[in-house]
Design a protein around this ligand. Structure first.
Ligand code: ZN
Length: 380
């Protein structure tokens, strides 16, 4: 059976449940999807949003369905915590105010609210009334890691839909089955996409993304002999290639806005523009994290070789380069380089310019792996 829910891989029970809800025309108003990262909750939430918005029971092919799938339908909103430790009370108040406004294009509005396990008691309190009695045309889909990590006052007001943890070998199998690639390549993609199966499938299907990964790994290997100017060049190249997919998103957004602008009020246009900007910024963060994931998987592989566990190498296709690097550095140095990447991710989150983040990451990795620049050249 192929429908908008077929994409919810590895979660047959969730798929059946959502299909029955739609078949009975019984979409509820408040759901809580619980499950670990990579269990396909977000994808399922967007599929349910399609079902709620589409005039033809989630056909998957109409303009509304397509927009939801591309994540730029003005009546399907996605939120994640904007504070460093979770949701800000102001952010929740903004959502609450928005819920009361009429939909822009569809008959219903859908709110996908990620990481509700990061709702403080105060932020949750600001949300309870809306959650208990949302306007009739609103569907709230809350996503959280585990049911116990979500405040009971939130859980009790939602219909809970549990997602199972998908074991790594099964995840690899799913990616292979859906793309036809070898298990090793699937494992690399899953690693590069921080465990997300659906993103790993997109990653494998895009030859451009795979070429990008190869280039990043090549750059990492050449860091030993790179001078400062080389590193600045590498960083600029990585950033440009990492963010290449954004051009397509931007172009699609511009075309869609141009096509519908004449039918829309100024206020609605501004709202769509603001939303497009958020989608673009989320996509940008995603590509940056993908870049650090690729780097991390390579450093981890070098660490495996250094610590005598070469059988655990994931990036099999560059095993030779990994071996060469392992011979020139040490496990302690690799651990430090890996923690530098955690700091890079943190810096992205705090909106430090991506260019600076990648510059610093490459300089630090070089320094951690091979010692200071002068020491490296004195040794020759
Ligand atoms: Zn449709």
């Amino acid at each position: 059976m192929s429908d908008v829910f077929s994409g919810i891989l590895g979660q047959p029970k969730v798929r059946d449940f959502l299909r029955s809800v739609v078949a009975q025309d019984a979409i509820g108003q408040a759901y809580l999807f619980t499950g670990p990262a990579g269990s396909n909750k977000t994808l399922a939430a967007y599929a349910l949003a399609q079902a709620a918005i589409c005039e033809d029971k989630a056909c998957g092919t109409c303009d509304a369905c397509k927009r939801v799938m591309r994540r730029n339908h003005p009546d399907v909103r996605y939120y994640e915590p904007e504070g460093s430790g979770g949701y800000l009370v102001e952010q929740i108040r903004e959502i609450v105010a928005d819920v009361d406004m009429a939909p822009i294009q569809a008959k219903r509005k859908v709110y996908i609210i990620d990481r509700v396990d990061l709702l403080s008691v105060q932020a949750a309190n600001a949300f309870l009334k809306t959650l208990e009695e949302p306007p009739a045309n609103v569907v709230l889909i809350l996503l959280g890691r585990t049911q116990t990590s979500v405040l009971p006052t939130i859980v009790s007001r939602c219909q809970v839909v549990p997602f199972r943890h998908i074991p790594h070998t099964e995840a690899v199998g799913i990616v292979c089955q859906n793309t036809g690639v070898a298990p090793l390549q699937a494992a690399v993609a899953i690693q590069a996409c921080s465990g997300s199966i659906s993103k790993a499938i997109d990653f494998v299907r895009s030859s451009e993304r795979f070429a990008f990964r190869s280039r990043v790994l090549q750059i990492l290997e050449s860091l030993e002999l790179a001078d400062d100017l080389d590193i600045l060049g590498y960083a600029a190249e990585i950033l440009e290639r990492a963010q290449a997919p954004l051009d397509l998103v931007r172009k699609t957004q511009e075309e869609e806005l141009a096509a519908s602008a004449e039918f829309m009020a100024q206020a609605a246009i501004r709202q769509v523009e603001a939303r497009n900007k958020r989608v673009l910024s989320a996509k940008s963060t995603e590509t940056l994290h993908q870049t650090t994931s690729i780097m991390r998987s390579w450093l981890r592989d070098v660490l495996m070789v250094c610590s005598g566990q070469p059988e655990l190498v994931i990036n099999e296709d560059v095993r030779d380069a990994i071996g060469r690097t392992a011979a020139k550095t040490s496990a302690e140095r690799l651990v430090r380089a890996l923690s530098a990447l955690d700091e890079t991710d943190e810096a992205f989150r705090y909106n430090v310019s991506p260019e600076t983040c990648i510059d610093v990451a490459l300089f630090t990795i070089r320094e951690e792996l091979y010692g200071s620049h002068s020491a490296r050249f004195a040794a020759k």
